[in-house]
Ligand binder design. Structure first.
Ligand SMILES: Nc1ncnc2c1ncn2[C@@H]1O[C@H](COP(=O)(O)OP(=O)(O)OP(=O)(O)O)[C@@H](O)[C@H]1O
Length: 785
């Protein structure tokens, strides 16, 4: 791999219009972008991927629609500085729906039903509304910052303050936090939580009692055999037999009950702990996922949970059994040869001393081992998710090396843990040997004063007892080690949650929101309390049934506005109110709020399962209704081509469908739900312009009675909206009016300039469309009045 080249990096960042974004990130160039770029906007993700391709020295570059997620001015910047600039001289294959980009291509191929139509020059054969004109090499786009001027490829002067070699700041801009780690003794709270999860303190005490009782009966069984053999109580034979049989049956039944109760309590504990952890994690606020990578969460749900499911109960059971067996053995020996017990306290002391020395270190090593396991899971998951990029950039060996370094880090604590086990094992064995040797010596010394039988019992018991005690001491230490997993699960079971899911009675009607008007009142939002606000004292009102287009430069906060509507981010720096149908959404339970709004997100999410399950997970609609929704989302052709139709399998993340198709499936899902408020976050960004136009008209008619918020980068997607809201840098609303009024009364405004930048032909079409839409709106209003 070639070494880092600061100059090449600077040029790439500038060409991909990332300087402004990076300067806004808390850690600048060192900012953590989070798991799968969770802290980035869609456009930022797209441009960072593009920058990666540009920075690489590959002679051939394949780009899969990098312009879909960016606004018009940014797209123009990328075309000018990336395709006509930094990538000039390299073979570039660009897949795009953006016709502006085609102007700068040497060859244009049109894909139709899986076939490549031969080179079609843009102006001749492509559908008519192409906007690739003389604008591609137009002067600087005014809404981009001054980075537009600094294309080194044009040889222009470079603004030093902006484009100097990036300074990498260490330890700043971290969005993830260190994994929580406790030190010292196992927390009492974890012990109590485990006991409670096992069925409650009373149940646990009862199980322990059964353990003791089973052992007592077992001891009595052994004792009675001896009594019977000696005929100690001068009873009749059948009485000895009945008592013996009772002890045998009692011991068997109690052993069975003990096993059953223990298994039930262990399974209940594992199930309850998992359930509580899953519940808390699922209800955790967005911040938790920003601060914790998926691998870390997976680690608790897999390895820690597996230890609590299987290893801990088995180890604890062995500990209980051996401890109680030691106790029983001690009592047995105490009754037979009381003086033998005198030899034990020093050995017990040695055993426990060694155990305490061992456990202090082994417990911490176990905690370290658990924490160092998380990066392995995280790296593995991320590598699999980005496997195509890893392969495309030939990063397999680098990723493999990183993986091995995480394994090494994990094994450092693991190997020490194994060494510690050997350390304590050798010493315990040694102590046991001394104990047995001393007992045997004692027997030899006292050979004239004790019977042969008793001598045998002393040797056998000393062997057995020391074995039991040694094993129970070791298992006690292991139980404590494994309890670190209980501690970790318990920590996740007590995570802070989002606001409550249900609404108090009487706050909203059953059909809320029945009108669909929305009002933001001085609303300010920050993703974290240590970050600057993304939305700044935003106030605006949307009337019921209005169709609102939301525009703004990539990364300006459009999706954040939607996140606010769904109460996805809430902290002390989120202030102000959002009112829907006269109800402040703060007073509504989150489940109620989110269930009643619909969103077609920027990253269309599909789940593994059938297509039908993805459209109708609660099986609330008939096949006819589903097919109708699919038809309106223009998916019928695709579904008909699938052998299994609605039952066709969708693989993880919906990867067997294109991004555009996934967006359309999400659209069909919303069409089925018929919510009063619908949000479309660049919902059709990945489909071609013609399909988008058809879908938009379908949406307009299907959602006529709904309030719709449409975030889009294509102006033609929102040109017939009732009003467009322009978000500007700093989280402010720059413009908010009907497209026609914005174009006619504010020709120097941002919206008008965005329209202008699409080129004269398209701008004219857009102006006409805005005018037509305005006229129809007035006509509709007049008819209504
Ligand atoms: N979870 C997060 N934590 C911290 N910052 C975030 C988080 N999500 C987004 N941001 C930041 O908030 C800003 C606004 O992001 P948002 O997704 O709202 O932008 P957008 O206008 O929708 O952009 P795009 O058009 O590219 O999708 C961006 O600078 C982004 O880096």
């Amino acid at each position: 791999m070639s070494p880092f080249d600061p100059e090449r990096y600077r040029i790439t960042v500038s060409a991909c219009a990332l300087e402004k974004d990076i300067s806004d990130f808390a850690g600048g160039h060192d900012a953590e972008i989070g798991d799968r770029g969770i802290n980035l906007s869609g456009g930022q993700k797209a441009r960072i991927s593009l920058a990666r391709a540009c920075y690489s020295s590959a002679a051939v570059v394949f780009l899969d629609d990098p312009l879909a997620a960016v606004d018009v001015p940014t797209a123009k910047h990328l075309i000018e500085h990336v395709f006509c600039g930094i990538l000039r001289g390299r073979t570039t294959v660009l897949v795009t729906h953006n016709k502006m980009a085609l102007e700068v291509c040497d060859h244009v191929y049109y894909m139709d039903k899986g076939r490549l139509r031969e080179d079609v020059r843009v102006n001749r054969e492509l559908p008519t509304d192409t906007i690739c004109t003389d604008q591609v090499h137009s002067p600087v786009v005014e809404h981009l910052d001054d980075t537009d001027n600094n294309s080194e490829l044009k040889g222009s002067n470079v603004d030093e303050s902006r484009t100097s070699t990036p300074v990498f700041r260490k330890a700043t801009g971290r969005s993830t936090v260190e994994e929580d780690r406790v030190a010292g003794n196992i927390q009492a709270s974890a012990l109590i939580a485990y006991a409670k999860a096992s069925g409650g303190l009373f149940f646990v005490s009862f199980v322990i009692f059964i353990f003791l009782l089973a052992q007592a009966v077992r001891v009595m069984f052994d004792y009675w055999l001896r009594v019977w053999t000696d005929q100690r109580y001068h009873l009749r034979q059948w009485m000895y037999f009945v008592a013996f049989a009772s002890f045998a049956i009692g011991a068997t039944l109690l052993a069975l009950s003990r096993a059953l109760l223990y298994t039930v309590s262990a399974i209940t504990a594992a199930k309850n702990m998992h359930g509580k952890m899953a519940h808390r994690v699922l209800r955790s606020p967005q911040l938790f996922f920003d601060q914790n990578v998926t691998g870390r969460i997976l680690n608790r749900f897999s390895k820690d949970q597996a230890l609590v499911d299987e290893i801990l109960p088995i180890t604890a059971q062995q500990f209980f059994e051996y401890m109680i067996a030691s106790l029983g053995s001690l009592i047995f020996v105490g009754v037979l040869i009381p003086w033998f017990l005198l030899a034990f306290p020093p050995f017990l002391f040695v055993f426990f001393y060694l155990q305490r020395r061992y456990v202090v270190v082994s417990r911490e090593l176990k905690r370290l081992e658990a924490i160092s396991r998380s990066p392995i899971y995280a790296h593995f998951t991320q590598t699999l998710q980005g496997i195509s990029s890893v392969r495309a950039y030939g990063m397999q060996s680098k990723m493999h090396d990183i993986f091995l370094s995480f394994i090494d880090a994990n094994h450092r604590s693991y190997i020490l843990f194994v060494h510690m086990s050997r350390w304590v094992g050798v010493r315990l064995d040694f102590a046991t040997c001394i104990c047995v040797t001393l007992a045997s010596l004692l027997v030899v010394i006292m050979r004239n004063s004790i019977s042969v039988g008793l001598a045998g019992v002393v040797i056998v018991q000393s062997l057995q007892l020391t074995g039991f005690i040694q094993y129970s001491v070791r298992q006690a230490a292991e139980v404590e080690n494994y309890f670190t997993s209980v501690e970790r699960i318990n920590a996740y079971s007590n995570l802070p949650t989002e606001a409550k899911p249900d609404t108090s009675p009487g706050i909203i009607e059953k059909d809320w929101p029945s009108r669909g008007d929305i009002e933001f009142v001085n609303y300010t939002m920050s993703y974290r309390v240590d970050l600057p606000p993304i939305l700044n004292e935003v106030s605006f009102k949307i009337n019921a049934k209005e169709k609102i287009g939301i525009l703004g430069r990539t990364g300006v906060g459009k999706s954040s506005l939607v996140a606010a509507l769904f109460r996805m981010v809430e902290n002390e720096k989120c202030t102000g109110d959002i009112i829907i149908d006269s109800v402040n959404i703060k007073s509504i339970g989150l489940d109620d709020l989110r269930k009643r709004l619909s969103i077609i997100p920027q990253d269309p999410i599909l789940f593994q399962g059938s297509l039908r399950f993805n459209l109708d997970p609660f099986e609330a609609y008939s096949d006819v209704e589903i097919n109708e929704a699919l038809e309106r989302a223009h998916l019928t052709g695709k579904i008909q081509s699938l052998e299994a139709g609605l039952q066709s399998a969708i693989v993880q993340n919906g990867e067997n469908f294109s991004v555009g198709q996934r967006q359309l499936i999400c659209l069909a899902r919303s069409l089925l739900r018929r919510s009063r408020i619908i949000v479309m976050d660049e919902a059709t960004a990945a489909v071609d312009g013609e399909t988008d136009a058809i879908i938009q008209s379908t949406i307009r008619s299907s959602f006529e009675e709904c309030t719709m918020l449409t975030i889009a980068h294509r102006i033609d997607t929102v040109i017939d909206c009732d009003r467009v809201l322009i978000l500007a840098q700093g989280g402010r609303i720059a413009e908010f009016d009907s497209p026609h009024r914005l174009l006619s009364s504010n020709p120097e405004g941002i919206f008008a300039s965005m329209v202008r930048q699409t080129g004269p032909a398209v701008a004219q079409k857009l102006q006409k469309a805005a005018e037509d839409a305005e006229r129809k709106r007035i006509e509709r209003k007049n008819i209504a009045e």
